[in-house]
Design a protein around this ligand. Structure first.
Ligand SMILES: Cc1cc2nc3c(=O)[nH]c(=O)nc-3n(C[C@H](O)[C@H](O)[C@H](O)COP(=O)(O)O)c2cc1C
Length: 90
């Protein structure tokens, strides 16, 4: 039974995403997930978004237009924002 909405994301390290996340994305099939929403963190670059999005798209998984970005680990205010982001998409 597919997941209705998968929230998936991670950070950027030396211009790439973590190997575990990469492997997880590679293993995902469109039969597993109806729709995905992406969150990501970094110091500066927003490249993680396109890396994660392209992997999902290649697998044929529709990706929500909206994504969530945090510069570094989310703090109190950003945690409220991420809550609003998830509620909007659910
Ligand atoms: C080893 C390392 C490499 C990183 N490389 C980049 C990078 O190339 N570009 C960038 O914008 N941020 C980079 N960052 C910042 C991380 O993406 C950011 O701190 C992220 O929030 C880390 O999440 P974590 O604390 O959950 O691991 C790097 C951080 C570390 C520790």
């Amino acid at each position: 039974m597919p997941v209705d909405l998968l929230f998936i994301g991670g950070a950027l390290y030396a211009c790439g995403i973590d190997g575990h996340l990469k492997a997880f994305l590679k293993a995902l099939k469109k039969e597993d997930v109806k729709r995905a929403a992406v969150f990501f963190t970094s110091w500066i670059s927003r490249h993680a978004l396109s890396l994660i999005k392209s992997s999902l798209t290649e697998a044929g998984i529709p990706v929500a237009e909206e994504s969530f970005y945090s510069k570094g680990r989310p703090d109190g205010r950003q945690l409220q924002e991420v809550e609003a982001f998830t509620k909007k998409l659910l």
